[in-house]
Design a protein. Sequence first.
Lengths: 136, 163
Amino acid sequence: ARPAGRMARAEPPAAAFERRVLRSAAEHHYLRVRLELPDGGARPSVAQFKQLVVSALRELHGEVGAALPVDVLTYEEKTLSAILRVVSSGLVKLWSALTLLGFYQNRRCAFRVLQVKPCGAGWLPPNVSSRSKVVW
Amino acid sequence: AALSCRYVLCEVVSEDPRCRQCIEDRAVGLAVRDAVGRVHGDYGLACCSISFTVKYLNAYTGTVLLRCRKDSYRLLCSALPFVRQLESRNQRYPCSLNTLHVGGTIRTCQKFLIQYNRRQLLMLLQNCTNEEERRCVQKSLLSCSLTEEQSQSGDEEDDDGPE
């Protein structure tokens, strides 16, 4: 899906959604996500971010969900955006868990899933390849 | 059979004989649902809770019959090994659940249970230490059978009242 450009501060545009179906089954899916903390406060470090993702999975999908191999490939603390990688069979569990997460350290939060792709090539920042070591 | 259910037959195994007094529907139901919640989270718990109930139990043999939807019986069965204890009236005892059989109707589970109990009695017979026990066990063995009742209409198949 094409990103809808940098989100303007003024008013988020109506969500444009584009879906392309790739026939060949991919091993991993990549999600570009952004964490929103409307009430401000301390930003999570990359370890805390990963912990948050795992705890979201644990809440919605239990120990089985928490054991899903999810990797944080990139993380930007300033903007709270990250690229996550998950085994394709776990995409639905991860996406649903992120969607339903409402609180981080007793503060309201929301995960915005901006893009989902089965193939990381040509999309990750140039110095991160799909086989690179994970950040966390 | 639009709303199919699955009936899971299991037995409670415990080293502590006092665990028997905790084998009651509320305690077992809570323990199973707690295990499903831990292993499969809110989603799994909600899925399995639809039409979930403890249909039958026998505290003397530790046999428990659970019912759930066909769509979620795998979630239920995979969580049963994670039941660690039964709690009732502020008493808790460690135990585990062995799955014996999964069937589509109560009748198939009942047939299986009769065969299973017969085999258990045979094993008990082999391990009898005195003549008195031997005679008791033999009497029980000879009286095992499934008696056909006249009124079969209210029998399982699709047990889907609002629950």
